[in-house]
Design a protein around this ligand. Sequence first.
Ligand code: SF4
Ligand code: SF4
Length: 223
Amino acid sequence: MITAVQKPFNEIFESVKEYGSLLVLGCGTCVTVCMAGGEKEVGILSSVLRLAHKNGGTAADITEDTIERQCDREFFDDVREKIEKADAVLSLACGVGVQYLSELFEGKRVIPGLDTKFYGTTLEQGVWSERCAGCGSCVLGKFGGICPVARCSKSLLNGPCGGSQDGKCEVDPADLDCGWQLIYDRMKLLGILERLEENEPIKDWSTGRDGGPGKIIREDMRL
Ligand code: SF4
Ligand code: SF4
């Protein structure tokens, strides 16, 4: 899933306080799972915004709603009227949802309420960890199913670097596992350690962010 965290409240309030009517719009998928922008967070944030206006002697009509996904057109039908009526929308979706909402409702002010972080997984309640950097050309099959791009701090394809100590990464020796130690341990477990003796060629980074904005076209799926 895409992970995100809510921006500091003061930053959010500063960015929305000028609007007389504001729709706080949540997203029911990834950011609900990572407890940043789902229905519950929309409710809490809306209440605190109302309180902040009251305490500051200002007034604003704050409405709230949450749709299944803000990155898909079909889910906006139910909230179209609310969006059109509001002066601005505070979107609690990831950066994809915020931008797609802006594209669909041109001329509407859309303010992000979250900081989008990474593609990751839930390790335990309240702890999320990055697993993929969306490089566009997956090499997991060569590295025992552990991603050197996302899990090595330097995205080394021929690691480890000299900073790997006792299984930890020099970027945060107290808390961060060395991605290459994880790769080594997994490949040893799988009995394929000898594969690491092969030099991994330079990766074509143009398939990811370095190649500019990505696009997928599936001719077999087009109408
Ligand atoms: S190799 Fe690329 S696509 Fe595969 S998990 Fe890593 S970043 Fe994601
Ligand atoms: S210590 Fe390990 S994870 Fe950190 S940069 Fe070096 S090889 Fe990568």
